[in-house]
Design a protein around this ligand. Sequence first.
Ligand SMILES: Nc1ncnc2c1ncn2[C@@H]1O[C@H](COP(=O)(O)OP(=O)(O)OP(=O)(O)O)[C@@H](O)[C@H]1O
Length: 614
Amino acid sequence: MTLSLADEALEKTSGSSRPTRACYVPPHLRNKSFSTPVSSQIPSSNETLPGSQLNRSGSRESRRSGRCRWGDRQRGGGHETNPFDVADKFADLEVSQDETGGGGINFDAYEDIPVETSGSDVPPPVNTFAEIDLGDALSENIRRCKYVKPTPVQRHAIPIAVAGRDLMACAQTGSGKTAAFCFPIISGIMRNWMQQPMPPHGARTACPLALVLSPTRELSCQIHEEAKKFSYQTGVRVVVAYGGAPVFQQLRDLEKGVDILVATPGRLVDLIERTKVSLRMIKYLALDEADRMLDMGFEPQIRRIVEQMDMPPPGVRQTMLFSATFPNEIQRLAFDFLSNYIFLAVGRVGSSTDLISQRVEFVQEKDKRSYLLDLLHAQSQTLTLVFVETKKGADSLEHWLSTNGFLATAIHGDKVQVEREKALRSFKSGHTPILVATDVAARGLDIPHVSHVINFDLPKDIDDYVHRIGRTGRAGKSGLATAFFNEGNRSIAKALSELMQEAHQEVPAWLSQYAERHSERSSFYGGGGRSCKYGSGRFGGHDYRRDAPPRGGNCYYYSYRSGPGGAGDAPPRGGKCYYNSYSFGPGDAGDGPYSTTSHVYGFNHEPVVASGWD
Ligand SMILES: Nc1ncnc2c1ncn2[C@@H]1O[C@H](COP(=O)(O)OP(=O)(O)OP(=O)(O)O)[C@@H](O)[C@H]1O
């Protein structure tokens, strides 16, 4: 008698002995034919399946043996819950006026965004999703998502990834990076299904074809939800695994078959060590918010997963790194994980979007709460995210707001996962329109209708500030970010003032003075602002290979502008190296910040200092 792995886990957890069960098939799934086949190549489960497809369909094999196996799956998906069926719970909330309606995106906001690419043979960008053959089912889901046009990062990244190239992509918060890596992965899996080797017969280890690593549980869940939407009725199965939640449910999900595994590094290492997951069939590896994972001290786990387990090496698998910020340390990871990759920067690396109005107010520590009350009283009902530095501070502020008549909840790393999820749900639904959070909510979370982010406590790191305020002003919509600054925040003054200038925000005179004073002091000690974090140069982070000899093959950098006055290709910069910069707005090529400047990217192998995580 054989127990499924989930059963085993449950068994261990409960300590009881239970009879073996065959894989449960819910009544509504029994004896039903699947609608909408993925493509003409993939027959419905009722049809006779040729060759390996027979095994991969899972259905016949499973029925014969009477239990599920890793890698078994049911193609089609007419029985999936429709992920697009979500009611609008935000009718009462004030939504900014510049939305294009219907959840649409304001593409005008991205018109003149500078785009930089470097690497060899960069595939050209597309203007529409239709220009890339993503498959009928995925295209239908893109339509269901109401994605009319690709965002700039999608225009560039999707053709690059669909061409099978490794990619390091940096684009501003809320600009659609999730779809930029999900679409190529889903379409690639569908296209190559017939060629995929099957896990060995009766294998009891899950062998996903794609792995998406992300730093937090909430972000992993969100990517999972997004990926499920995109792969609705494609037959591609997406499973999420993250710590803090019972493992047996995740094992059950893995047991039903997995093509794309979205995971946090800690839980994944655990599953691999327990031989529940093997990475030997990975064809696609995506690291979302890779810099944050390093920051959180996940580098050893990530290196274990990518370099020391059974994952195919760079060049065999396809690897993609995505973030809105790429500090120097991430370049080491790129060097080790990526092969002949393309570097893509949409907007300045580490910059915030102009869609967010940024305000900084000088507020002494003791006055912060009354300032906050003033802000909250002054605004109409809207989703407001308040960032604080400590978990204790989050609880205390939530309590104080509640006693002052505001509907608030809090999220931080000391809360158990159920509480964290409950708080997020309550905030998203508008039930408690104020969420007090630590940095656990700073990255990646896409919460519609957040119109105000308040940095009650400013972070020490400017990248954290960029990600925090990026919870508003997403997908072409506008947002407001207010920060309370005082003497205790002087170390961030220079970087903050530079960032605000870049985003065309008004910098208060007192902040400029703080910035100047700090810059004098820090240049004495060898420190600096944003440019120090990202290497030298005005826009900081870029492809370090521009400054270092390529590992193999030629290296090219090009420059393009598609707006009026665009000058086309920039002249080669000597030898075999070319540099590439795009801009879609009006203007002249050659005078943009990306077209000619040469920057030295700090590329060293010093140890990364992990700041820890709450
Ligand atoms: N082409 C598109 N058309 C319309 N909306 C889009 C498009 N692409 C993405 N979106 C929407 O934009 C929002 C932001 O996308 P996403 O969360 O992927 O941004 P991101 O760049 O990953 O942000 P962050 O850096 O904060 O993680 C989401 O609500 C997503 O559904």
